[in-house]
Design a binder for this molecule. Sequence first.
Ligand code: DX5
Ligand code: ZN
Length: 221
Amino acid sequence: MGKYEIAPSMLSADFNRLGEQFQEIERAGVNWLHVDVMDGQFVPSVSFGMPVIKSIRKESKLFFDVHLMMVQPERYIQDFADAGADMITVHAEACTHLDRVLQQIRQCGKKAAVALNPATPLCVLDYVLEKVDMVLLMTVNPGFGGQSYLESCTGKIQQLRRRIEELGLSVDIEVDGGINKSTVRTVKEAGANIFVAGSAVFGGNITENIQELSKLAEIGR
Ligand code: DX5
Ligand code: ZN
């Protein structure tokens, strides 16, 4: 398992002041930026794509954790790699040939991760867990920011951490959806180490939010 990180989700940022807000999260000690790409098909909503990522890449040294909520992501892996992703996460539910897509990401020289929706069982990871850097466990049904954490996910995080330890792997567990001051401790204790937070970071005072979340998750700054 790698370090503990807060990964602010840019979906909840003010799109008119992206550069400024990214500088603020960096100054507050954040290393990761969670970048949510939605295609209007895998999930109901549409967000943004390669041109936006390319443009923010020029201004930021943050680690770009790109979460592809799209069908057939294999069509665009090279484009997201070229746009500036450091890690690319694809949904198991969206890939007919998951193993091949993960290889594609690696061939682009990027870190590879797989995401599971809340209702998707952990057994879909059986033959790929050794080939990923991270597993993203959705803790809400993907599509929108600002939803409530699904309690049923806590046991799933625990089970996955146990499995990773049994196999002696060093795979990160990222949790995404409804992570805030009330839930961050629960998911950390369950075994997650990368905490995506959208509304809990960008709603209100960004620096204070990051400080409080870091304190609750006991992340040294
Ligand atoms: C949801 C996205 C999330 C979202 C999280 O489909 O994948 O990354 O931005 O937002 P919050 O933290 O507000 O639940
Ligand atoms: Zn996400």
